[in-house]
Design a protein around this ligand. Structure first.
Ligand SMILES: Nc1nc2c(ncn2[C@@H]2O[C@H](COP(=O)(O)OP(=O)(O)OP(=O)(O)O)[C@@H](O)[C@H]2O)c(=O)[nH]1
Ligand SMILES: [Mg+2]
Length: 334
């Protein structure tokens, strides 16, 4: 379908007066850069070019691509937007608010329903956290552990990053903050042996969760990817149905570049969910839209800061509400 067919509608600007909600406002604040790079730019486009024609679509395409939404996803969003505007607004003037609301609707539809973390039907739920160096794995493990602990669940952390003593100590610090026991071996020990001990400890104590913090590794490093497979095999053997989640942590500041890593991890350890971190510091948050298309793996969690509470379940509607929330006008299109 040619998305530029029959699209010459004047666009007007209107203000809405929806009141922001506390949680929404705080998420929105963390997503300021992404909001500016998508919604801010679209608003400015609507002001500069108040006609929904092919030139408008070209500019909108450039905005989405620059926010790392990705080529395929951008094409799909524009196509859906054009269709929806054609169906609803033939012959009538379209407001800037309406364009934004429909773009938001396309984004929510595209992202699909939220996908919560899996849980074991009985016995401990095992979560493996994997990814390249420095993406935020250990921080995410700490935040998750804190979240489960707050709900009254008992968590065992496995320091399967045995590469550096500092990595083990870093996990100990998170364990203390979150009130969880950390299973650790010496620096340089076999990570699979740590995973084994963590599973044994969880079974012995009747723990609710085992979270394994693995070492950062380049997806191109075959031996290190094998090590990850070995950890997974041990876990599978020790606890039926485990690992219940293999979470790949991607740094959103890498934007589209992060996606190539994901394919190798997916093949090695059957990644079940993505954690997209550092969304608070990037304008490339549009990558969240590209992930499902290019990887077929749901984003389950987002990191929006360095603090222990700065982890949220990824809820597409909430995310869209937050990036389309306009603090200057205290409103966002629904
Ligand atoms: N702003 C921000 N910083 C984050 C977030 N998550 C992690 N970080 C920071 O990213 C840096 C790396 O975090 P780590 O958790 O150590 O990353 P890692 O993946 O465990 O690193 P390696 O174990 O060395 O591979 C730290 O400075 C964290 O505070 C986030 O959501 N937002
Ligand atoms: Mg780490």
């Amino acid at each position: 379908m040619n998305v530029r067919d029959g699209l010459t509608k004047p666009i007007q600007n209107h203000n809405s007066h929806n009141k922001p909600k506390g949680l929404l406002a705080s998420l929105s604040e963390r997503l300021t850069k992404t909001r500016a790079s998508i919604v801010g730019q679209v608003q400015s486009l609507v002001r500069r070019h108040p006609t929904f024609d092919s030139e408008f679509l070209d500019e909108l395409e450039a905005i989405l691509l620059q926010a790392d939404v990705g080529v395929n996803t951008t094409g799909q969003l524009l196509s859906g937007l054009s269709q929806s505007l054609k169906e609803s607004g033939q012959g009538k003037a379209l407001s800037g608010e309406e364009v934004l609301a429909r773009l938001k609707g396309e984004i929510v539809t595209h992202l699909g329903p939220p996908e919560p973390l899996a849980e074991a039907a009985e016995g401990p739920t095992v979560i493996m956290v994997v990814g390249v160096n420095g993406t935020g794995k250990t921080t995410t493990v700490g935040k998750l552990c804190y979240r489960f602990g707050k709900l009254g669940d008992q968590v065992i952390l496995g320091a399967t990053d045995t590469f550096r003593a500092a990595a083990i100590d870093q996990l100990e610090i998170w364990g203390k903050r979150a009130g969880a026991r950390v299973i650790r071996h010496e620096e340089g020990a076999d990570p699979a042996a740590v995973a084994y001990d963590a599973c044994q400890a969880a079974k012995a104590r009747g723990a609710d969760y085992v979270i394994l913090d693995t070492a950062g590794r380049l997806h191109t490093h075959v031996n290190l990817m094998r090590e990850l497979e070995k950890i997974k095999r041990v876990v599978e053997r020790e606890i039926p149905g485990a690992p219940h989640e293999v979470l790949l942590v991607l740094d959103s500041t890498s934007g589209q570049n992060g996606l190539s890593q994901a394919t190798t991890f997916k093949e090695a350890v059957e990644v079940t969910g993505i954690v997209l971190t550092k969304l608070d510091g990037t304008a490339k948050g549009g990558v969240v839209l590209a992930i499902r298309d290019s990887l077929g793996i749901p984003v389950k969690l987002i990191g929006i800061g360095e603090g222990i509470e700065d982890l949220r379940d990824f809820n597409p509607r909430e995310f869209a509400d937050a990036i389309f929330h306009d603090p200057d006008r205290s409103g966002c299109p629904d």
